[in-house]
Write a protein that binds this ligand. Structure first.
Ligand code: PLP
Length: 415
């Protein structure tokens, strides 16, 4: 089907949840995507932070093929060695004790919220003073299921679905006084993205995270760190909280875990895990042999190719180059991020939108979040050449843009 035919068919057949870009990709290789006309695009978005090893990576295709020839699914009623092997790797990488496997980010986050409520109930039964309230952050994003949207800040994602899960209070992230004021024995969990993704690439401060840890320790509430976008090496560490000196009670992982095959995980401490007994929570597909085999292959490839070091080095290079652009172009307000999770904030949402469209015309894929922020979540495999190509394109576009604005202003002044 041509793109126009697809657009016409989808407009009648699909629930209209997405405003798609007018592009159709049919294959990919390395860090490039190919459209139906054979044009290659440099992909700096990796399927919204999913395809960490790019496209057509031999580690992934091999794991899929081998596992598909053995067994794809058996259900969680039976043992499977891959589940244990992946759990061993994840507990070692995160420093947490136990794993619940699922199929997506929102499902992992839902498990985290349920665990916080169950943990509080268990503590109450043990005589502790702890309630059912959550503290969540302004500009947060935790997914689209009912619990996840209840802790997600943006009105568009929440309000049409009201009434939501009660007892969630939003506070400005990094406002320590607001956190202390919102906290009481009523709170069962504090929900934080260590590096907010959809909210515009905003890092949490050390002081704020340390305060959240201290408050949770005071009554047994759980510190819930959402690493769905920032985890699995994206920031140059397995989890972004490893850049800080803090151990959460719960973390959630998904997006890049199996390089594009759907999987998610909620990890927690032994202490919190006591609250869950067989039957209380579950999923049919979660941690199925196929997804697990690919997740193991992705982790092993990140380790053997030393990709965390690469993400740190190339991420530093990328941000330094973007900062040089910022000093040249007033349109850029700030460059933020860690590793390969980078945001460039513009003063104007319109300009950010224009630049994104023109980058697509130049066959470079990026994304815009929080209106004014261009977001870069490239595959971990990008090189300096890819960064240089991107910076040159942005530089040219911003130069053209400022000279066209200048000509509009001078034309207006001369008229
Ligand atoms: C921080 C964070 N949490 C949760 C989610 C939801 O993940 P999913 O779309 O896989 O349900 C996302 C997705 O963008 C995310 O970035």
């Amino acid at each position: 089907m041509t793109l126009a035919e697809l657009q016409a068919a989808e407009s009648k057949l699909l629930l209209q949840t997405y405003a798609r870009y007018p592009l159709q990709f049919v294959s990919g290789n390395g860090v490039h995507l190919r459209d139906e006309h054979g044009n290659d695009y440099l992909d700096l978005l990796s399927g919204i932070g999913v395809c960490a090893l790019g496209y057509n990576h031999s580690a992934i295709t091999k794991a899929i093929t081998q596992q598909a020839q053995q067994i794809i699914h058996t259900s969680n009623l039976f043992y499977h060695q891959g589940t244990t092997e992946l759990a061993l790797r994840l507990t070692e990488l995160t420093g947490l004790d136990r794993v619940f496997f699922c199929n997506s980010g929102t499902e992992a986050w839902e498990a985290a919220l349920k665990l916080a409520r169950a943990n509080a109930k268990m503590l109450r039964a043990e005589g502790k003073q702890i309630g059912t309230k959550f503290i969540a952050m302004e500009n947060s994003f935790h997914g689209r299921s009912m619990g996840s949207v209840s802790t997600t800040h943006k009105a568009l994602y929440r309000e049409p679905f009201a009434p939501l899960i009660p007892g969630v209070e939003f506070i400005p992230m990094n406002d320590v006084a607001a956190l202390r004021a919102a906290f009481s024995n009523e709170v069962c969990g504090i929900a934080i993205e260590v590096l907010q993704g959809e909210g515009g690439i905003n890092p949490v401060t050390e002081e704020f995270l340390a305060t959240a840890r201290e408050l949770c320790d005071s009554n047994g509430a759980l510190l819930l760190l959402d690493e769905i976008q920032s985890g699995m090496g994206r920031t140059g560490k397995w989890c972004a909280y490893q850049h800080y000196n803090v151990r959460p009670d719960v973390t959630t992982l998904a997006k890049p875990m199996a390089g594009g095959v759907p999987i998610g995980a909620m990890l927690c401490t032994d202490a919190a895990a006591r609250a869950i007994t067989p039957g209380m929570h579950g999923t049919t597909f979660g941690g199925n042999p196929l997804a697990v085999a690919v997740a193991i292959a992705v982790i092993d490839e990140i380790k053997s190719a030393n990709l965390l070091n690469h993400v740190n080095e190339i991420g530093d290079y990328f941000r330094t180059q973007l900062q040089s652009l910022q000093s040249k172009h007033e349109a850029i307000k700030q460059v933020r991020g860690l590793g390969l999770m980078i945001g460039v904030e513009f003063h104007s949402a319109d300009l950010a939108k224009t630049i994104l469209g023109k980058m697509q015309d130049r066959r470079i894929i990026i994304n815009r979040t929080h209106e004014t922020v261009l977001r870069f979540l490239p595959p971990y495999l990008i090189t300096r050449e890819h960064v240089d190509q991107t910076i040159a394109a942005l530089d040219q576009l911003l130069t053209q843009q400022s000279s066209s604005q200048f000509s509009v202003v001078s034309a207006q002044q001369n008229s």
